[in-house]
Each structure stands twice: as C-alpha cells, then as structure tokens.
Design a protein around this ligand. Structure first.
Ligand code: ARG
Length: 460
C-alpha cells in the first residue's frame, strides 16, 4: 500500500523493514484511546475554524463507527500501515473520504502516541489501584481475625520475639498502602496533556490545548513541546511502582512458601490455589506463590529495559521509544494478574494457630522479655543479657525452654527473680507488653487496623 508519508520516497519499504518497524501487532491495544484523542482533536479543530463544523462532525461520526466496528471484531489492521495511528487514518479515509485526511492537521504521531499511552495508563492505574485496595483490605481483614494469634517474629529467619499474625499481616498492609499512594502520585505527574506538542515544536495552527485537556480529563497541558513528545517518565514511574510492589508481593509469596512447608506448616493453602506433581502423588505445591515470586523478574526486567532504551536518546522523539509499549503492556498485565490471584489465595488459606503458637513457645522468643524483667528489677540491660544468655545455653543443653526452668534454678542465676517470672515470660504476655505505637499488642494492632480501614474508606 502507499505510505501516508510516501511523498518523498521513490521506492517501496523493504519487506523485512516493514515487518521490523511495524508496531500494529501490539499498539492496536491503544485503539480506544487513539480514537478518544482524535475525537477531542477534531472537535477542537472544528471549534477554532481550522476544520468546518461539518468536517469535524463527519470525522467524529466516522471515528465512532470505526470504534464500533473494532469492538465487533470487524476490523483487520494492516501491518503495512505501520501503527495504530496510521491504521486509523487509513480506516477513516476509506470510510469518509478526503475529509479523513484532514484529521492530522496540527498533529504528529509523536504527540498522538504520547497522549494515547497516557490515557491508556491512567485507565490502567485505576484498575491496578482498585486491585491493590482489594488486596490491602484482605490483609487488614485477616489481621482483624488474628490479633491474638501468636507466632514467632523472625530476624535472619531465626525465631526472635513473639508477635501476632495480625501484626505480621499489618506489615504488608503498610507496604501495600505505600504502593497505593505511589500509584496515586504517579497519576498526578502523568495527567498532563502532551497533545499540541506536534512533532516536537508545536504547530502553526492556533490549537486550543486547554479545551482538549479538559475534554480528555487532563489536569494541565505540558509546557514544553519537546519534552511533551520525548518524555516517558510516566511509564517508568509506573514500572518502578510495579517493581517495588512486585518486590512486596514476592516477599509475601516467599513467606507463604515457607509457611506452607512441612517444616513450618503455619498455613495450608486452599486446594484451588496449589497444584500437584505429575510424579509424586503426595505433593501439594505452592506453585502460585512461586510463580508470582518469579514474575518479579520480568517486572524488574521491563523497567530496566526501558530505562536503558531511554538513557541515550537525544531530544526529541526517536523511534527507539516505540519499544516502550510491549514492556509496559506486559507490566500492567503481569502486575494486575498477580494482584488478582494473590487476594483470593490469602482469603482462602487456613491459618494453623496451634502450630504458630508452638513455634513461638520454642526457640526462646521470650528471652528478651526475661532480660527486660531483670532490668525492671534494677539490673543493667547488658548484665541482664549475659545472665539470660547463660540460662539459654543451659536450657539448650538440657533440651528445655525458659518456662520450664524451676524457680530455685532461676534464683541461683539471680536472687531477684520471683515467681512472677513465669507470667512475665509467657509468650502472650511478651506480645501484649509490646505496646509502643506500631507494636504487636492487641491495643496497638486494633488502633492500626482502624487507621488502615480509614485509609481504605477514603478510597473504596
Ligand atoms: N508507532 C510509533 C511509536 O509508538 C508512533 C510514533 C511514530 N512517530 C514517528 N515519527 N515515527 O512510537
């Protein structure tokens, strides 16, 4: 087919090149936003008199028809027309004749693609935001149920101090809250209209950019046409937000994998969210969590890929930037799928309170509390630490826990120890006494849950 830009060429594009530089196979995803942007542009051209009202009307009606036809699956895009933007112009001109050729007045594909992707991503931010809110709510709901479910908190994956399962879940609620607000921040910077930047230097037509911005729901118009066509920060910001969130999802999945192992057995995943082995009949594997952990790699890869694509580009538009779309679409899809599957996986998992409690009781998670007890009796913390360290070593030799040491034995280590020691080092007390803001006590988790619910209520 004749190229829309073919005037100064005397030879056809090589077939290999045609295939190499065509983006229609993936950027057709943008059709709806391309039409939406074109309609706002055409209407504005009609309003400022660059097109007659009738011409603008014909274009608007033609674009609406094309939208319907695409949605009905009646349109096949032509790779020879390169990308979604030129395919649209071809389709429009086929449909309404010469007037269709006027749509591109005062516009370039460079500002067109920039506005399309912003609208697409703004929409997907909303979808991602919604899925993240659902996930955070699920985590908070689980926390609500488990304010008194005790498990060991770990450092270095060694049992450290007792916490509640609510407290553990609320750590993720905080992460997801940051992920949610990161998306909100990203949207603010993204929502600036690039259309009107032209190829790079604006246009000689007196476009009403404010009108277009308003119609398309942008908060403002970009203030530099060269930046308008060459900025892909908004994509990178979304991908960075996706990467950080994927890291959170991956850490959570890692814990789910560990917790569902026979060694820990703190949780049982629902059969619907685990899979079996083709050879080992006994197996129930946490594949979903593993795959989600694995997908973090491609989300990071997409970010690193585009950062690398962008780093050496001179202003303004360069075709390299066509490489932004596939990684972006992949990131959107991957992130959303992960969120979509993680939420019900959490909702349906069984929490094995007894196993968690048993683990908290073993492993000397109350050792710090024993030292704190001695401190309250007037012993300097460092000395208390040494006394308890010795006690732990003896217990390890004898295969017993601190709760099983007799009062006489305690008194032999330090005469200030009384029989209130047993209550002081009971795991429940250890958790309940950690009542600083943000701590695991029931009072604190209750307050945090209220704060998280307030955050959610403002958004759901
Ligand atoms: N398909 C192109 C892209 O996605 C659209 C802009 C092309 N502009 C150009 N002058 N080649 O980046």
């Amino acid at each position: 087919m004749a190229k829309l830009w073919g005037g100064r060429f005397s030879k056809d594009t090589d077939k290999l090149v045609e295939d190499f530089h065509s983006s229609i196979s993936f950027d057709q995803k943008l059709y709806k936003w391309d039409i939406t942007g074109s309609k706002a542009h055409a209407r504005m051209l009609g309003d400022i008199g660059v097109l007659t009202k009738e011409e603008a009307q014909q274009i608007l009606a033609g674009l609406d028809e094309i939208m319907t036809e695409i949605e009905k699956g009646q349109v096949t895009f032509d790779p020879a027309a390169e990308d979604i933007h030129m395919n649209m112009e071809v389709l429009l001109t086929e449909k309404i004749g010469t007037v269709g050729k006027k749509l591109h007045t005062g516009r370039s594909r460079n500002d067109q693609v920039a506005v399309d992707v912003r609208m697409y991503l703004r929409h997907e931010i909303e979808n991602t935001h919604h899925l993240l809110l659902e996930l955070m709510k699920t985590v908070v709901d689980i926390a609500e149920e488990h304010k008194e479910t005790i498990l060991p908190g770990y450092t270095h994956l060694q049992r450290a101090q007792p916490v509640s399962f609510a407290h553990h879940m609320l750590a993720y609620a905080e992460m997801f809250k940051r992920d949610i607000t990161r998306l909100e921040d990203c949207r603010v910077r993204m929502n600036v209209l690039p259309l009107g930047s032209g190829a790079l230097a604006g246009t000689t037509f007196p476009l009403d950019r404010e009108q277009v911005a308003e119609e398309l729901g942008f908060d403002s118009v970009c203030l530099n046409s060269m930046d308008g066509v060459s900025d892909r920060d908004f994509i990178l910001e979304y991908m960075a937000a996706a990467s950080i969130c994927s890291m959170h999802l991956s850490r959570m999945c890692e814990e789910i994998i560990i917790w569902s192992s026979q060694e820990f057995h703190f949780i049982d995943l629902d059969d619907g969210y685990s899979t079996g082995s083709s050879i080992m009949p006994q197996k129930k594997n946490p594949d979903v969590a593993e795959l989600m952990r694995g997908k973090t790699g491609r989300v990071y890869g997409n970010l690193m890929g585009l950062l690398t694509t962008m780093k050496g580009l001179p202003l303004a538009y360069n075709k390299d930037m066509q490489e932004d779309k596939e990684p972006l679409f992949d990131t959107v899809e991957t992130w959303q799928k992960c969120l979509l599957v993680l939420t019900p996986m959490l909702r349906t998992m069984t929490i094995r309170k007894d196993a968690m409690l048993q683990a908290a009781k073993g492993g000397f998670t109350n050792a710090t509390d024993l030292a704190d007890y001695l401190v309250r009796k007037g012993i300097p913390f460092r000395d208390a630490h040494a006394i308890v360290g010795k006690l732990v070593a003896e217990c390890l030799d004898r295969g017993i826990s601190l709760d099983e040491v007799s009062l006489e034995e305690y008194k032999a280590h330090n005469p200030l120890i009384e029989d209130d020691i047993y209550d002081a080092i009971a795991v429940y007390t250890c958790m309940a006494n950690r009542n600083t803001i943000g701590g695991p006590s029931v009072a604190q988790t209750t307050a945090t849950i209220a704060a998280e619910r307030e955050f959610l209520a403002q958004r759901m």
